[in-house]
Design a protein around this ligand. Structure first.
Ligand SMILES: *Cc1c(COP(=O)(O)O)cnc(C)c1O
Length: 428
């Protein structure tokens, strides 16, 4: 695509966009009586209009049916989570039974590590991306300590080469090979939260398995953003949150994937609870844990129906959009436009003020661009915020902007960058 830096061009792309009507499915925050330019779906996705309706329906079931709501009504709560599994399976490339929804992300990461990180004196190391999201670092550290190992010995953090911002796949694979005899687990993000780099999960999985290690992915920034094929890649497990690109509300319910090959593996330990017990016998409350088939066997606690109702609303929008295929095509164009306009600003002002550290190759990124501001970073960020452009700021000098194909337009992207331009003109 040959882009142009004019409002007419941005509007023309919007007019050609088959998915443009999906913006109307969302509530856009307001700034001075106009739609804000919301480029922060990497942190909290916008509210689907359906959310209130679905939430109300469950509040009404609670009001009208009270405890009978578990068994009666249009959507009995006991089975409510089943309808979330297929749409999620579509988004992450899994079989329905490989998916369930439960808890929140870090909790699920811990529960999955209980099963998939079972170190012994020979194999006890975990290889992960350097500078992973802090919660993942704390989770892994505490698991390592829990098993009696030392984090500085057991955790291998992989950092980019000197002078580079993102990891080369070849370096990830060679690190796996180098540590093959000691690796218990390879744990990676699907997309790094800071740089926006999309990792080659298929290659990482194959290499980890060759080394004799389990492999799992934290897909917080990948699910609902890029197409995934967890089952075919043969990943052992994955987890994600639903409040970023899945638009399911602050602290929304998380989901997990466990590959079907592990369903009947008695070696996998679990921290169990009654909601993971086989449903036909759950209420007999007999001693001894007999897990439900599939990922549901990892469930612990009663379904949080109100969170699930909101999640359902958000997933319905993805289904209506036909899944991720077309969304991804638009996303590549939209983020490409953001990249083009940033480069134009640098050119126009004769200064490489904005350095994009996210990979240039669309196959190695999702919708987010991470931008280092060579000067005035915080001031620029604040100027954008004051003018209704919502992105986010990561210390020490990075602005993350994420145009989301479900609700952002090319005009949003154009106008966001025009605000940057105006800042530079004013500050000169
Ligand atoms: C957003 C995010 C989290 C947040 O975890 P919660 O348990 O939902 O607070 C964890 N890990 C990664 C990689 C994230 O991007």
């Amino acid at each position: 695509m040959i882009y142009q830096d004019t409002l007419e061009f941005a509007k023309e792309l919007d007019a050609q966009d088959e998915l443009r009507s999906f913006r109307n499915e969302f509530l856009i925050p307001q700034h001075n009586g106009k739609d804000a330019i919301y480029l922060c779906g990497n942190s909290l996705g916008l509210q689907p209009k359906l959310a209130e309706k679905y939430l109300k329906a469950q509040l009404n079931s609670w009001k009208d049916l009270a405890v009978e709501g578990w068994f009666q009504g249009d959507d009995p709560w006991l089975q409510f989570h089943h309808q979330l599994k297929q749409p999620l399976a579509n988004l992450v490339g899994a079989k329905t039974e490989e998916i369930t929804v439960m808890n929140s992300l870090t909790v699920n990461l811990h529960l999955l590590l209980v099963s998939f990180y079972q170190p012994n004196t020979k194999r006890y190391k975990i290889l992960m991306e350097g500078g992973a999201f802090p919660s993942d670092q704390y989770a892994v550290e505490s698991q390592v300590v829990y098993h009696g190992f030392k984090p500085e010995d057991a955790i291998i953090e992989l950092f980019p080469r000197e002078g580079e911002f993102t990891l080369r796949t070849e370096d990830v694979l060679s690190a796996i090979e180098k540590n093959a005899n000691e690796l218990a687990l390879v744990l990676f993000g699907g997309i790094n939260y800071y740089t926006g780099q999309l990792f080659d999960m298929a290659a990482i999985t194959a290499s980890a398995h060759k080394a004799g290690a389990y492999v799992g992915f934290d897909l917080a920034h990948a699910t609902g953003n890029v197409p995934l094929s967890l089952h075919d890649w043969d990943a052992d497990f994955a987890c994600w949150c639903s409040y970023k690109y899945m638009n399911s509300g602050p602290g929304g319910i998380s989901g997990i994937f466990v590959h079907e090959k592990h369903f009947n593996n008695p070696q996998l330990k679990r921290f169990a609870g009654w909601w993971g017990y086989r449903p036909d016998k759950r209420f007999l409350m007999t001693p001894g844990f007999d897990p439900a088939k599939g990922a549901e066997g990892w469930q612990v606690s009663t379904s949080p129906i109100l969170l699930m109702a909101v999640h359902k609303a958000a997933l319905d929008v993805f289904e209506k959009a036909g899944g991720l295929e077309k969304l991804r095509q638009k996303s590549i164009l939209l983020t490409g436009y953001l990249e083009y306009l940033l480069n134009e600003i640098n050119r126009k002002h004769g200064e490489a003020l904005f350095q994009i550290i996210t990979p240039k190759n669309p196959d190695e990124r999702g919708c987010q661009l991470s931008i280092i501001c060579k000067r005035d970073g915080k001031k620029i960020f604040n100027y954008l915020s004051e003018n209704g452009v919502i992105g986010d700021w990561r210390e020490p000098d990075v602005i993350r902007l994420s145009p989301v194909p479900l609700y952002n337009s090319f005009k949003d992207v154009y106008e966001a960058i025009m605000h940057l331009d105006r800042y530079l003109v004013i500050s000169e």
